[in-house]
Ligand binder design. Sequence first.
Ligand code: SAM
Length: 281
Amino acid sequence: MSGLSDLPSLARVIDAHGLAAKKSLGQNFLLDMNLTEKIARQAGDLTGCDVLEVGPGPGGLTRGLLLQGARRVLAVEKDPRCLPALAEIAAVSDGRLEVMQGDALEIDAAARLSAPIRIVANLPYNVGTELLVRWLTPAVWPPFWDSLTLMFQREVAERIVAQPGGKAYGRLAILSQWRATPRIVMSLPPEAFSPPPKVHSAVVHFTRLETPRFPADAKVLQRVVAAAFNQRRKMLRSALKGVSPDIEAHLTRAGIAPTERAEQVSLEAFCALARSLAEDA
Ligand code: SAM
């Protein structure tokens, strides 16, 4: 691993390859290797694991993952300007790093990896939640990954771990806590990144559950939760009117008062509602 430790500093790499950050690609780079290794450590023991990294950029976290002993890292990067910097890391990775240029929303990365698989990423903010929802909502469970260790804006991280009763509670909390156990494991100030974003960030570690916490169909649950929180201040009987003509009966069957608002309803009750709706479909 000595080759990895001997690579030039990330600031020099960015300079040498002219990697001026592009806002359109959500580019806020981590330059401190102590920090990127610390993030990689939050993913647990990587020896014997394949890792999918989305958006390696100049490769700070990629280096951290390799230094932590990952068996293999598949790094998917949209910006072709980053490829030469990533090739320098690949050259000293003992064949453990594969870089793919493309859009993570379009690439079937699972097909290129072997279990056990961990996903670790300092996600581009513009596609972060979309990727998370995709990873959490495949029709068949368990999914291809064992854990996710992901950087989000702090406010998004708080929505992921939120409990009923507050403004942060919504679709992300329900989908995340239904099939996984998410925990905020690190907080980072804007100055940790170059350029610094406007907001604070946080790393969330998700351990998947072997079976979802409560039974429900992923599509039905997603539809119900999206409708319920789209009009979160309305009573559920009117927010969910479009979901079923018999919504009051379904709500009652699920043990939810039709006059309740989405914010007050537990994950368990949303799953019961999804089951009741699926029975009638
Ligand atoms: N991992 C690097 C780090 O920690 O310094 C860079 C993180 S930066 C927040 C996000 C990275 O994701 C950028 O390198 C950007 O080019 C890349 N990116 C943006 N959209 C992407 C997409 N749809 N698919 C793959 N990579 C993407």
